[in-house]
Design a protein around this ligand. Structure first.
Ligand SMILES: *Cc1c(COP(=O)(O)O)cnc(C)c1O
Length: 392
């Protein structure tokens, strides 16, 4: 049963926003254990168990720091641990989340230089390369990229960004937001030469909101700036984590959940997890095209595997469609953010998600399109079934 139910709706609510995502029962049960003494003898066992697995999800052998905070806190940690007031940072405004990160950088006293996009593709790799080539004085201290832009459903190809930085021979740090991609889209912190990876608990990691992460390269650790940084300081965290403990009270019950969620990802196999997300994303795009609607992402190289943003035809309201779907079919879809408000709706297909959950979700969208009188062709859900059954 839902926590708030104004009127009884039979069946489960479909939470198909691109985060927070549905939390598996196994994770919920793990969190439903008594809170333990975070300085007691058992706690270090839990901490060590988590740290022994956590790096695999990030693709790193280095340190991963866990904060009791939403993803935004881990953004702040990435910036304040490494940079100094007035430092130039190069950002690519791929969508709403990139825009918010830029605003934070400004508030912290950094000098963001940004490259705009049309919000229909990932980061502008040529633009980043050119800006770094021009910066012969090395004023730019960090390049900040959102891996999966959750407002548009466009995934930036981080290996390409790294290659552009290397081609420019520029020493800037590479900071990457993977809040809506970690644990759902392939990611390699070490192999792609990322210096700080920012992540959150409530999307691909299948946990409730409340934890966030920084994976940290040796270069980033050595790059201590002079921005004020105390609560977010990596150093006391990493020192305490060596024995499985934390310098302040960790989110104990969320850590039980994290331990279990990591087990689930490892049991399924990360390769299989990524493959599952790729397939569900492709099935969703086939449904959208069959309906005669347009995917917001205009470049197939940047298609997101964790969500799909769908444009509604001119003269129609994506918000009215979402309201109809919520009221009639008890399903929540993501809204359009910033300049995409009312222009797109977003289907989250990440985290603890199956073929049947996808077909139910697409069925709800298709019935909603009909109920809200949005011009479309029938058969999108069938196209997804055909693809997933191998008859496409
Ligand atoms: C969800 C999200 C955020 C914001 O994270 P919070 O947990 O809400 O602070 C930032 N970036 C991206 C790409 C996101 O998807």
């Amino acid at each position: 049963m839902a926590y708030f139910e104004t009127s009884h709706a039979p069946g489960r609510h479909f939470l198909q926003i691109p985060g927070p995502t549905n939390v598996p029962d196994r994770v919920l049960r793990a969190m439903d254990n008594p809170t333990m003494d975070h300085r007691g003898p058992d706690f270090g066992k839990l901490g060590k168990q988590i740290f022994s697995k956590l790096g695999r999800v990030f693709g790193t052998k280095g340190s991963v720091v866990i904060y009791p905070a939403s993803g935004t806190g881990a953004w702040e940690a990435a910036l304040t641990n490494t940079l100094s007031p007035g430092d130039a940072v190069l950002m690519c405004r791929t969508g709403w989340f990139a825009h918010l990160w830029q605003e934070m950088a400004e508030r912290l006293g950094l000098k963001p230089e940004f490259i705009d996009t049309d919000w229909r593709r990932g980061a502008d790799v040529e633009g980043i390369g050119a800006a770094l080539q021009r910066d012969t004085a090395h004023r730019i201290k960090a390049v900040c990229v959102v891996h999966n832009e959750t407002s548009t459903g466009c995934t930036s190809r981080i290996a390409d960004v790294r290659a552009a930085m290397d081609a420019a021979g520029h020493p800037a740090l590479l900071l990457v937001d993977t809040i809506s991609s970690l644990g759902s889209i392939e990611y390699k912190h070490d192999a792609w030469g990322v210096d700080v990876t920012v992540a959150g608990s409530q999307k691909g990691l299948m946990l409730p909101p409340g934890l966030s992460f920084n994976a940290v390269s040796a270069k980033a650790l050595a790059h201590r700036g002079t921005l004020p940084c105390s609560y977010w300081d990596w150093r006391p965290m990493i020192a305490a984590n060596a024995t499985g403990y934390f310098p302040f009270t960790p989110a104990t019950n969320l850590l039980y959940g994290l331990d279990t969620a990591l087990n689930m990802l490892i049991e399924e196999g990360l390769e299989q997890v990524f493959h599952r997300h790729d397939r569900h994303a492709e099935a969703t795009r086939r449904a959208v095209r069959t309906w005669g609607l347009e995917v917001q992402c205009a470049d197939p190289w940047h298609y997101s595997s964790s969500l799909t943003a769908v444009r509604v035809p001119e003269g129609h309201s994506a918000n009215a469609l979402r309201a109809t779907i919520l009221q009639k079919f008890n399903m929540s879809l993501g809204n359009g953010l910033g300049q995409l408000n009312d222009r797109v709706f977003r289907i989250g297909h990440l985290g603890d998600f199956s073929h049947l959950a996808l077909i139910g979700t697409l069925g709800g969208v298709e019935m909603g399109l009909r109920a809200a009188s949005i011009p479309h062709s029938a058969g999108g859900t069938q196209a997804a079934i055909d693809y997933l059954s191998g008859n496409a």
